[in-house]
Write a protein of this length. Structure first.
Length: 234
C-alpha cells in the first residue's frame, strides 16, 4: 500500500505582534539624542560585541517601557563582579578612583533620561512569545540550523549567543511585503536583568522625541535600580 503524507491542516505560523507604548525610555549621552546603535563590521561575527539585536549594516534604537527599565539596562555594567567580592572591602576610596559598585558623578552629568514614541502603524514582533518562535522555526529554519538549533525558546532568546539574536533581528528587519515595504518596526523583548519590557526599534521606523531630563541622585527610579544592583551613587 502506498503511504501518503497527510496534508497539513494547520494554518501557516504567524508571529505574535505588539504595539509600542506611547512613551519609550532610554538613558543615553547628552549628545547626540536618540542615537541608533550601529554594529562595527569588524564586530559582526563577535558574539561578545555589540548589543543583543544589533543588525550589521543597519541601526537599532533601544529603549524600555519604564524609566526603571532604562536605568536597569544601562547601570548593569557597574555591578561588582564575583571575582572582586573577596577584596572589595579592602579597595581604598581614593579621589578620582572609581571603586567596583560605584556610579561616578561624571556618568550622571553626561547622561540624560529621554522618552520617545514610534510613529506609524507598523507592529513589533514579540520575540518572547511561543508563536513567534514557531514562526521563525517555520520560515527561517536555515538561520536556526546555522547555530545547531531545532526549536527556539525563551532561554535561547535571552541567552548569551548574540550571533543568534542578531541573526533573528536581521531576518525580521529584511521582511517586506509585495511592494518592498517593511513589515515590522522592531522587536519587543524582556530584559535579561529583570522583569523589564524593552524595545529594539529598527532604523526604518520614525521616532519622535517626547521628553529629555537631567539625571539626578534624587531620581526615585535611579535609586531603586541602584539598590537592586547594590550600587553606590557618587
Amino acid at each position: 500500500m502506498l503511504w501518503r503524507r497527510p496534508a497539513r491542516s494547520s494554518m501557516p505560523a504567524e508571529p505574535a505582534l505588539a504595539a509600542a507604548p506611547q512613551a519609550i525610555y532610554r538613558v543615553e549621552r547628552a549628545n547626540p539624542p536618540l542615537r541608533f546603535s550601529r554594529l562595527n563590521p569588524v564586530d559582526a561575527l563577535n558574539d561578545r560585541a555589540g548589543n543583543r539585536f544589533d543588525i550589521p549594516g543597519a541601526g537599532v534604537l533601544y529603549g524600555a517601557t519604564s524609566a526603571g527599565g532604562a536605568y536597569a539596562e544601562t547601570l548593569a555594567g557597574f555591578r561588582p563582579k564575583a571575582s572582586v567580592q573577596d577584596t572589595l572591602a579592602s579597595i581604598p576610596a581614593e579621589p578620582g578612583r572609581v571603586r567596583p559598585g560605584q556610579v561616578p558623578g561624571e556618568w550622571l552629568t553626561s547622561r540624560r533620561l529621554r522618552s520617545f514614541q514610534v510613529a506609524g502603524a507598523l507592529p513589533f514582533v514579540d520575540i518572547e512569545a511561543p508563536a513567534s518562535h514557531t514562526y521563525l522555526t517555520e520560515h527561517a529554519p536555515e538561520l536556526l540550523l546555522q547555530h545547531g538549533i531545532e526549536n527556539l525558546d525563551v532561554a535561547l532568546i535571552r541567552g548569551p549567543n548574540r550571533l543568534l539574536t542578531r541573526g533573528i533581528a536581521a531576518w525580521l528587519y529584511s521582511c517586506t511585503d509585495e511592494h518592498g515595504a517593511a513589515l515590522f518596526a522592531g522587536i519587543r523583548y524582556m530584559s535579561r536583568l529583570g522583569n523589564f519590557e524593552c524595545w529594539a526599534v529598527f532604523d526604518g521606523a520614525h521616532v519622535e522625541m517626547r521628553s529629555t531630563d537631567q539625571i539626578t541622585y534624587r531620581d526615585s527610579d535611579l535609586q531603586t535600580v541602584a539598590s537592586l544592583y547594590g550600587l553606590n551613587l557618587d
